[in-house]
Design a binder for this molecule. Structure first.
Ligand code: DC
Length: 228
């Protein structure tokens, strides 16, 4: 655009766990001066609240009844992304095994998805220079008009190895089983499952370093901005 600020650019990055979505999205946003939103952290935050408040997570109607209660606030600076629930910083507690094991059940409830999707859309709409939003249903449901959609994949082995590295030496086989189970639940739920949008660019990261994936995505965003 001539004279003045460029149009905000909206980038959707989806894919299963362990594909390097978070590291890639954060680095791309930082490099290009964009905001960053980790939508998995929002689903983890609402799950943390449900666990902390003793909600029966076997009962979707109990989850739906309180889905509107917690106030979830995401800070979108890629250098310091934050997440709080009712004013409490939950960046640490949302990464526990208990939350990880329960987040698929909570995030499958339509009332939870409606609530979180609304938050995501309003954050994307208010990002001045643009935003990189990472998740499972961003390109398909949350931001179907995103300027660029990326779908990251990797073999189950590569994803488990990366995750167990992040979890400081956790057993690779157990991590692989848990990851496959969570992906199956996320992909098979009725409301906006993990899926590649028809117009998304698929990037298989199995054989790529993080630096290569970041470079690939930065190039794709720059090409979009240049109107190629
Ligand atoms: O990216 P993550 O592993 O922190 O995500 C945690 C869970 O949140 C994931 O198992 C499914 C759910 N999720 C979702 O349903 N939709 C999104 N856009 C992002 C995450």
């Amino acid at each position: 655009m001539e004279n003045g600020a460029a149009k905000p650019v909206i980038v959707a990055i989806d894919g299963p766990s362990g594909t390097g979505k978070s590291s890639t999205s954060k680095a791309v946003a930082a490099q290009l001066g964009l905001s960053y939103l980790d939508t998995g952290a929002q689903y983890r935050a609402i799950t943390w609240w449900m666990v902390t408040n003793g909600i029966d997570l076997e009962d979707p109607s109990a989850i739906a009844a309180v889905a509107g209660k917690p106030e979830i606030v995401s800070g979108t600076d890629p250098a310091d992304p934050t997440i709080s629930v009712d004013g409490t910083d939950v960046a640490g507690p949302i990464r526990t095994q208990e939350v990880t094991a329960r987040v698929s059940a909570v995030s499958a409830v339509p009332e939870v998805r409606a609530r979180i999707t609304e938050l995501q859309r309003s954050l994307a709409a208010s990002a001045e220079t643009g935003i990189v939003v990472e998740g499972r249903d961003i390109g398909t449901t949350v931001l179907p008009d995103a300027d660029l959609k990326i779908f990251l994949t990797a073999s189950a082995e590569a994803r488990a190895a990366r995750r167990s590295g992040e979890l400081k030496g956790a057993d690779v086989n157990a991590t692989r089983e848990a990851l496959i189970k969570r992906d199956a639940a996320d992909s098979s739920r009725k409301t906006s499952p993990l899926a590649k949008a028809d117009d998304a660019v698929e990037v298989d990261t199995t054989e790529l370093t993080l630096a290569q994936v970041i470079e690939c995505v930065v190039t794709l965003v720059e090409e979009k901005r240049a109107g190629k």
